[in-house]
Design a protein around this ligand. Structure first.
Ligand code: GMT
Length: 375
């Protein structure tokens, strides 16, 4: 198949999922054309089967805001016709679905171009529910030829918010060959020079991720006498606040902010625990990637997280904001190596049994085939 994929290239899990999906499809012999404003971050290699088409923005004095949605639709039309695409698969409804539906209508007299929309979370829970975006998001859902959601939770949220139920759950996935605990010479001793246990947080540091709660957890873990260190991976609007809180609580020497990193798997490979105290998380891709690397997850019981992290088996869940319980859970695992390792092993097994790329990618391919076969 020849598939056009559009993602947000720099920010957030939907871009990662779309990019990893493209790579997995290419490994299985399909050709994938990424159409977006810049090269998606996880797309480190382009080749015959993984191509990239940059959306060019035209600036003109009359345009107070450049019309990205139209530029994207224009590029989708061009690529669909030049590369003979079978379908467009967009990740995140706003504005990608709007562009894809417009592109489909433009080429309709000459060719069929089904549009598949994958919902990731805030496109429904935040953006979609904002009254001003509600009608257009509903239109995108209704007009797409196929809609998928990445968790049962997100499907329920979509039905509730939009009374739209014509969607299929295809969960996020992980490649167990790439995401496995592997030796990373020097990294652990660099991050924890005195052999301290390591807690890791990975996110885009948006308010919804509550990264400052990680600092609160670290302070309580230290207060309970466990000399742990915290590695904060990623960047975003809440980073300065989290750094400030670390200084206020005098734990800044026990944590390090390493910014955006190209190889998350290295940090997960040296981690003892992942902290994911999010307010909202329709899936929790960071949790899944940690589980694949045998890292137990301390997370909030929110959205789709309980589907991914089985409480007591692959991690420990708490109510949003309950940093007391999260720190107690962290201490209990950090002080019991055998339990922590066993939980890590079960986490990997659970991740691969349910979310391995080899299980999930064929479901996308089958979904494409069903959409293509429909009238
Ligand atoms: O986080 C967002 O606001 C949007 C979205 C994104 O593009 O990063 O994240 C969502 O998609 C991820 C990948 O499917 C999920 O793992 C995240 O749980 C989900 N984020 C939220 O629901 C807040």
């Amino acid at each position: 198949m020849k598939v056009g994929i559009t993602v947000y290239p720099t920010y957030g899990g939907s871009g990662i999922v779309g990019s990893e999906l493209g790579k997995e499809l290419a490994r299985r012999g399909h050709t994938v054309h990424f159409i977006s404003s810049s090269l998606p971050t996880r797309l480190t290699e382009l080749n015959e089967r993984i191509r990239f088409h940059e959306v060019e923005m035209m600036s003109y004095p009359l345009f107070e805001h450049q019309p990205y949605t139209l530029a994207l639709a224009t590029k989708m039309v061009e690529v669909a016709e030049a590369e003979d695409l079978d379908l467009l698969h967009v990740h995140y409804a706003i504005p990608h679905s709007v562009s894809a539906i417009l592109a489909r209508e433009v080429v309709r007299p000459r060719r069929r171009l089904p549009v598949i929309t994958t919902l990731h979370g805030t496109d429904i829970t935040l953006v979609g529910a904002d009254r001003s975006y509600l009608p257009i998001t509903r239109y995108c859902l209704e007009q797409s030829d196929g809609v998928t959601a990445i968790s049962e939770y997100l499907k329920r949220a979509t039905v509730e918010t939009f009374q739209f139920d014509r969607l299929t759950v295809i969960p996020n996935f992980v490649n167990g060959e790439e995401y496995r605990r592997r030796p990373v010479p020097g990294l652990r001793s660099h991050l924890a020079p005195e052999g301290e246990p390591l807690m890791v947080h990975v996110s885009n540091f948006r308010p919804v991720k509550r990264p400052t709660d990680c600092i609160e957890i670290l302070a309580r873990v230290l207060r309970r006498g466990v000399k742990a260190r915290l590695v904060m991976v990623g960047d975003g609007p809440e980073r300065a606040q989290a750094e400030h809180r670390a200084r206020c609580l005098h734990v800044d020497r026990s944590c390090v902010f390493v910014g955006k990193q190209p190889r998350i798997v290295d940090y997960l490979s040296v981690a003892d625990l992942l902290l994911l105290p999010s307010e909202q998380e329709s899936f929790g891709l960071a949790a899944l990637e940690a589980m694949a690397c045998e890292v137990p997850v301390i997370a909030s019981r929110t959205g789709g997280v309980p589907e991914v992290v089985v409480d007591g088996e692959s991690g420990l869940l708490s109510e949003v904001g309950d940093v007391e319980k999260m720190s107690a859970d962290a201490v209990s695992l950090l002080c019991d190596e055998e339990r922590r390792r066993e939980m890590g092993r079960r986490a990997r097994a659970s991740a691969l049994e349910r979310y391995s790329a080899d299980l999930v990618i064929p479901r996308y391919v089958q979904f494409y085939e069903e959409v293509l076969a429909a009238e």
